[in-house]
Design a protein around this ligand. Structure first.
Ligand code: SAH
Ligand code: SF4
Ligand code: F3S
Length: 493
């Protein structure tokens, strides 16, 4: 299993597709003459963007199809987070070159983070590509497709300060009809030194909370029972009816400057979470990703107050050593991180699910500093995690200022140690659940047997249990009788 964990390019643990496979659009057959095929890579935010893209294209004369061979337009929504994410796309483009040789009228577009990172270079390097569109340029896709059909190359990699696609109703792709993702913000202002996201997704901006609540309400009305609010750093979500207020508030200068906020609506993440939780007690609310430097006790208290806000936090650590964290520009120390964990357990209880991201072998990391990462893991005992070895990304602060001097061999060995330890911890944490009863939201049949159902508990653990009379979208109470490191097995009570 370990190679699967290390080879994914994904940020949210909440996924139902095999982690190393791209997501592919399902068929829509509404009788339109042209067909589009979309393949999505990367994080949940990218998958959510593909649903925006599908919505825009369906409005503009396309139906979706499940095979590139059937399509008039093939779109790859790409990720640039690690080098292997981009290599996968390069391989797909080789395949599409062969397809285009057979079907010359087919148009190929590259969207998302790799498109934004490489811009015109992508058109120069990959002749098969007709369209390049960055994450903020999707409204322009129909006209870019028009340019491609006129025999030109269509490119738009403009990054916006205010685009949130708030008014576009996503077409749910690959959905189980039970859980859906809602983007609440775009971009990132953090500049962690290893990370390309600030360059590929631009400045952070928060989406109008009214449109978020309306979308969640609409999902609930359609039978969905779980929404996951998505952002690179959800804790810095901040929206105001007066956009000028945001920059002042973000710098926390409003009070100092004596700005009068009367009559101005301001919503932070804790408040947004509460608004979504209040839609209905049967609508579960999750979110990802929390940032240790910004996660407030307010958010934790809001989670504790509402049973339907899931008792689970994805809190990427990246490293357990304060010097490395400083080089990463993460904005917190090991002690601060551990103090956040203590607060989580104090306010939400010992059984709150906690997961992480960790990077092995960052620039100049010593053996002792790697041991600090292992000891951080021992101190926290995460329920699960996403673990990677450092992959240098061109033009990031780490690439410009630091030496990528840990050899690949050492990076891989350290990563393996981290993965092995996490496997132990996942098993230990699951063993603590044996004998307990959980409320589980049924997501569908178990992959192994049609007599069993699969769902998740509030802590985001996968639970397998006999079908009974239950259907997906319903809640079951399951008493756990056994477990593996990845799954809880139980019986209905
Ligand atoms: N916004 C989230 C993370 C987004 S990227 C956060 O701040 O936590 C998802 C994960 O990919 C990161 O948490 C990090 O662990 C990993 N990652 C990002 N850049 C990387 C790089 N250059 N090499 C290896 N892993 C990286
Ligand atoms: Fe990247 Fe850091 Fe922003 Fe996460 S918070 S997306 S790791 S820059
Ligand atoms: Fe997501 Fe990859 Fe972009 S992780 S934000 S698709 S670089």
């Amino acid at each position: 299993m370990t190679n699967i964990i290390t080879d994914i390019d994904i940020i949210s643990p909440n996924t139902e597709t095999p982690l190393d496979a791209p997501r592919i659009t399902p068929d829509s057959n509404t009788g339109k003459s042209r067909k589009i095929y979309i393949e999505s890579y990367g994080c949940q935010m990218n998958f959510a963007d593909s649903e925006i893209v599908a919505s825009i294209m369906l409005e503009n004369g396309f139906d979706t199809t499940t095979t590139a061979e059937d399509a008039d337009l093939v779109l790859l929504n790409t990720c640039a987070i690690r080098d292997n994410a981009e290599q996968k796309i390069r391989n797909r483009l080789v395949h599409l070159t062969a397809l285009k040789a057979k079907k010359p009228n087919i148009k190929v577009g590259v969207l998302g983070c790799m498109a934004e990172r490489l811009k015109t270079k992508l058109l120069e390097e990959e002749k098969v590509v007709d369209i390049v569109a960055g994450p903020d340029a999707y409204r322009d896709l129909p006209s870019l497709v028009g340019e491609a059909e006129d025999g030109e190359k269509g490119i738009n990699v403009f990054l916006s300060r205010d685009e949130t696609y708030a008014d576009i109703s996503p077409v749910r792709l690959n959905s189980n009809g039970v859980s859906a993702f809602i983007s609440i913000m775009r971009g990132c202002d953090n500049m962690c030194s290893f990370c390309v996201v600030p360059f590929t997704r631009g400045r952070e901006r928060s989406r109008d909370p009214h449109s978020i609540v309306a979308e969640a309400q609409d999902m609930f009305d359609k039978g969905y029972r779980e929404v996951t609010l998505l952002g690179q750093n959800v804790d810095s979500y901040l929206w105001s009816s007066n956009p000028d207020v945001i920059s002042i508030l973000a710098e926390k200068k409003a009070v100092k400057k004596g700005v009068d906020l009367t009559g101005i609506e301001v919503v932070n993440f804790a408040q947004l979470l509460e608004k979504v939780a209040l839609i209905h007690p049967d609508l579960r609310v999750r979110f990802s990703t929390s940032h240790p430097k910004d996660m407030t006790d307010d958010v934790l208290y809001t989670m504790a107050k509402y049973e339907n806000i899931c008792n689970y936090i994805h809190l990427p650590a990246q490293s357990g050593n304060s010097r490395v964290l400083e080089l990463m520009n993460r904005g917190y120390t090991r002690e601060w991180y551990l103090q956040r964990i203590t607060k989580i357990r104090e306010i939400l209880g010992e059984d709150c699910g906690i997961s992480m991201d960790l990077i092995a072998g960052f620039c100049t990391e010593t053996e002792a500093e790697h041991q600090d990462t292992l000891s951080l893991m021992e101190a926290v005992k995460y329920d699960f995690g996403y673990m990677f070895y450092y992959s240098e990304r061109p033009n990031t602060p780490a690439h410009k200022n630091l030496q990528d001097d840990v050899s690949l061999e050492i990076k891989k060995r350290r990563l393996q140690e981290i993965i092995n330890l996490q496997q132990n911890h996942s098993l230990q944490r699951n063993q603590q659940d044996v004998g307990k009863t959980f409320k589980v939201l049924v997501e569908g049949e178990s992959k192994r047997s049609a007599d069993y159902l699969m769902g998740r508990n509030s802590q985001n653990k996968v639970v397998i249990f006999p079908k009974g009379n239950l259907q997906k979208g319903q809640y079951a109470h399951v008493k756990v009788h056994s477990c593996s490191a990845a799954t809880l097995l139980g019986d209905l009570v």
